[in-house]
Design a protein around this ligand. Structure first.
Ligand code: FES
Ligand code: FE2
Length: 400
């Protein structure tokens, strides 16, 4: 047989490459999936309080479609959308004092799913007590409606965050779903990629000097262009890194960033201002291929949005050509695809934090599979307050 050797200059072509795969255990969040069950052991931000009104709102979270509303007594409710009677969408329901009434035959459900009235039945439904519209427990705090979507006997306490408590005079708590990608954009809430792409980016300090400084111009501050020396460490509730930079003017700064289960991001001020981070972010999985960010941050009362880079136009106002020329986090992370193909990756030393985060996430997913509680769920009221450890800390504050 005549064997023709591959010409050396054609090694590594795209022809015949193996089918690519994603890591389903780490990324998929629907009911019954390993990561989905892990996620369902925590409280999730499902809506902003000010938007939860007597007009029912559709919410998609962890791959489930739900209806969020507030009854006329002010109680938020989160229900499965298909009416327990014959399946009409409660999105078209009407809000009353005691709950939501289905438009089709008028069954009335309370915020915890009790059927309170069946107007087409004798005496308003003599067996209505047996009907329960599937529902989830909700609580409100910090201007956010939180839901617990897991096993009822495992419901933890809703955490408090130290930096979101005690709002000083002249300041307020600002909460938003605005995407901080490419400098913030109030018009873009749904990010079309898997939640883990955004969450593990929190542990990727090396994209900052490249993507945000040299590649696309200075998106934060020029000092971020200094390649940091990075020390990553596991914490009880995730992974944290300290990025040390010695700036051109001699100042030295430690930038501490943390990722906490199940998807909390604690990122310090990107303008490298000294001090502890002033807000908390959550990378909420909408489903396997989209996410919605939620941020809570203390800002001056006179302001109406999160601080953003003055150099950047909102992402939705950029042209396609501008997005190619000045890509930001949106392009980098959505650019990895709906769910990145882990089988094609080549992780390098600078990806240590990403590797650590995936490893510790996998351990927690397995812990839940084995009947344990995952890290960071709180049952003891004495532990309810979570400390935010992120910040930019200049070593010699006199030279700040
Ligand atoms: S389908 Fe809802 S009341 Fe009949
Ligand atoms: Fe980034």
């Amino acid at each position: 047989m005549n064997v023709i050797e591959k010409p050396i200059h054609l090694f590594g072509t795209a022809y015949g490459r193996k089918p690519a795969t994603h890591d389903a255990v780490l990324t998929e969040v629907g009911p019954g999936t390993p990561c989905g069950e892990f996620m369902r052991r925590y409280w999730h931000p499902v809506g902003l309080s000010e938007r939860v009104t007597d007009r029912p709102e559709r919410v998609r979270i962890l791959g489930e479609d739900l209806i969020l509303f507030r009854d006329r007594k002010g109680r938020p409710g989160l229900l499965y959308p298909r009416c327990a009677h014959r399946g009409t969408d409660l999105y078209f329901g009407r809000i009353e004092d005691e709950g939501i009434r289905c438009c089709y035959h008028g069954w009335l459900f309370s915020v915890d799913g009790q059927c309170l009235d069946q107007p087409c039945e004798k005496n308003g439904g003599e067996h209505r007590d047996r009907i329960r519209q599937p529902w989830y427990a909700v609580q409100e705090r910090y201007g956010i409606v939180w839901a617990y979507m897991g096993p009822p006997d495992k419901m933890p306490l809703l955490p408090r965050w130290d930096i979101l408590e005690d709002v000083a005079p002249g300041m307020k708590l600002h909460v938003t779903h605005s995407s901080l990608y490419a400098g913030g954009d109030d018009d873009v809430e749904l990010v079309p990629c898997n939640w883990l792409q955004e969450w593990e980016n929190v542990m990727d300090p090396f994209h900052i000097p490249v993507l945000h400084t040299t590649f696309s111009g200075v998106q934060f501050v020029p000092e971020m262009g200094v390649m940091p020396e990075v020390h990553w460490e596991y914490t009880d509730t995730g992974v944290r890194y300290t990025a040390y930079r010695r700036l051109d003017d001699g100042r030295e700064v430690d930038r501490v960033t943390a990722a906490m289960f199940p998807y909390v991001r604690m990122v310090p001020n990107v303008q490298l201002k000294h001090g502890a981070a002033s807000g908390v972010g959550w990378v909420v999985p909408v489903d396997d291929t989209s996410l919605r960010l939620c941020f809570a941050m203390k800002i001056p009362e006179s302001e109406n949005s999160l601080p953003r880079s003055p150099n950047l136009r909102p992402w939705s106002k950029m042209t396609e050509a501008e997005r190619q020329r000045y890509p930001g986090d949106w392009e980098a992370q959505v650019g990895q695809g709906p769910i990145t193909l882990h089988g094609e990756e080549h992780l390098a030393t600078s990806d240590k934090g990403v590797g650590m985060l995936r490893r510790t996430l996998l351990q927690q997913i397995k812990a839940v599979q084995q009947g344990q509680d995952p890290a960071g769920v709180i049952f003891d009221p004495a532990q309810e307050l979570v400390r935010v450890e992120a910040g930019n800390f200049f070593r010699d504050t006199a030279t700040r």
